[in-house]
Design a protein around this ligand. Structure first.
Ligand code: FEO
Length: 409
């Protein structure tokens, strides 16, 4: 049975949520599931904005036909060609041979790459600022390359002031009846997954997101309809501010995240001592993560959130401990920059991880890496205890300064 939801009298949310998927993109754990949103506009012409992942295909097709109520499908606007939004596009085009595709030229070329369907004569390539009137509604296309693929555009409905924002403003998490962000406890329960979604999926493309935010600032937006997660009709500025921070690599919180790669627990002991000294010095909400046990997508999100980062790693095969190296390479891939960093290394006969972590971090932009690495030879001894206390004092002062600078008008 269909599960179509009304957003406005003539804009419907179709698509569906997948609660069975373990790894989104075969990489990211989604314990809260994920939604694949598609939108149907019932105007003088009917318009489908994006399709859905085949995992929710049965519900999507049923919702689409229910929404159409036997009317032809006039237009399919394709904002994004990643398969989580287009794997059902081929079937829609076969079922609705009357439908015209409206997309960027790049997206149209990708249709041929993904599907065998002959779409000759069915496609309209649109450019920045092109307008599609459909009766009461009027859709303007805004190109958003690399948010998060090159073909991406977003679509603005000037009539109802709706931004169909593609992956932007999306989040992991299945929709559970409530479809609006103001109907759920977004900040407490959704924000960590929204941050994890942004940083891991789009994080590398901060400058391109900034460009899109600048374009969006020129539009009167009353509703944001993303391809994943709840729809925004209130407090849109609050979420936009998060996007401003994430896309400019500005930390959200003045605090310390310690990422620890420890084989037998001695490196972890140093991390725990540092965490305790930071707390003694008044740093709130210190986080200590074992990189072997927490999925790297959560660690990437935390590195984007926190102002001060500590990487504490054992030496392994003369190199950085493997899970720590994976984290650092992931942070580099996602373009993290503008953080203050301290290093702790351990090695029983030849500690190497500090030097190699420093080399890797030095290739990232705007990183302030403390000159002194805390070096352990197997375990914490009185000299390291002293070094950890000094590091805690230095970071706590820095965190305080940053926090007070943020509060100044
Ligand atoms: Fe949700 Fe880039 O696809």
């Amino acid at each position: 049975m269909h599960c179509v939801r009304k957003i406005t009298p003539d804009i419907l949310l179709i698509g569906g949520s997948d609660r069975r998927l373990s790894l989104f993109e075969n990489v990211f754990p989604v314990p809260r599931g994920v939604s694949y949103n598609a939108y149907l506009v019932l105007d003088e012409k009917t318009v489908l904005l994006d399709t859905a992942d085949s995992a929710v295909g049965a519900h999507f097709y049923e919702n689409l036909e229910h929404g159409l109520q036997g009317r032809p499908l006039d237009y399919v606007i394709v904002n994004h060609m990643e398969p989580d939004h287009c794997s059902t596009l081929g079937a829609v085009l076969r079922t609705h041979p009357e439908a015209q595709i409206v997309a960027s030229a790049k997206a149209i070329s990708m249709i041929g790459q993904f599907f065998d369907a002959d779409v000759t004569g069915r496609c309209t390539a649109v450019k920045e600022g092109d307008v599609l009137p459909t009766g009461r509604h009027s859709f303007t296309f805004v190109l958003a390359p690399m948010v998060h693929w090159p073909e991406v555009m977003v679509t603005y409905d000037a009539t109802d002031k709706v931004l169909f924002s593609a992956d932007a403003f999306g989040t992991f998490g299945a929709l559970n009846g409530n479809i609006f962000a103001d109907e759920v406890n977004f900040e407490a329960e959704w924000l960590p997954d929204a941050r994890r979604y942004y940083t891991n999926i789009v994080g590398k493309y901060g400058p391109q997101v900034q460009t899109l935010l600048k374009k969006a600032a020129g539009l009167d937006i009353q509703l944001v309809c993303p391809l994943h997660g709840p729809i925004w009709r209130k407090s849109i500025g609050w979420f936009v501010e998060k996007y401003q921070r994430w896309s400019s690599y500005t930390p959200e919180d003045e605090t310390v995240a310690i990422f620890c790669g420890s084989i037998y627990g001695n490196t972890e002991n140093a991390a725990e001592i540092l965490a305790a000294r930071l707390a003694d010095n008044g740093v709130r909400d210190v986080r200590l993560y074992d990189v072997s046990h927490v999925h790297v997508s959560y660690l990437v999100a935390e590195a984007f959130r926190c102002s001060h980062l500590v990487f504490a790693s054992a030496t392994y095969n003369g190199e950085i401990y493997t899970p720590m190296e994976n984290l650092l390479r992931d942070l580099k891939s996602h373009g993290l920059r503008n953080r203050t960093v301290a290093l702790i290394e351990n090695g029983t006969w030849a500690p190497q991880s500090g030097k190699q972590m420093r080399e890797l971090l030095s290739t990232m932009k705007d990183m302030t890496i403390l000159e002194d690495t805390v070096t352990l030879k197997s375990s914490v001894k009185p000299p390291q205890l002293q070094s950890l206390s000094s590091l805690a004092l230095l970071f706590s002062r820095d965190v305080r300064l940053l926090a007070s600078a943020k509060q100044e008008p």
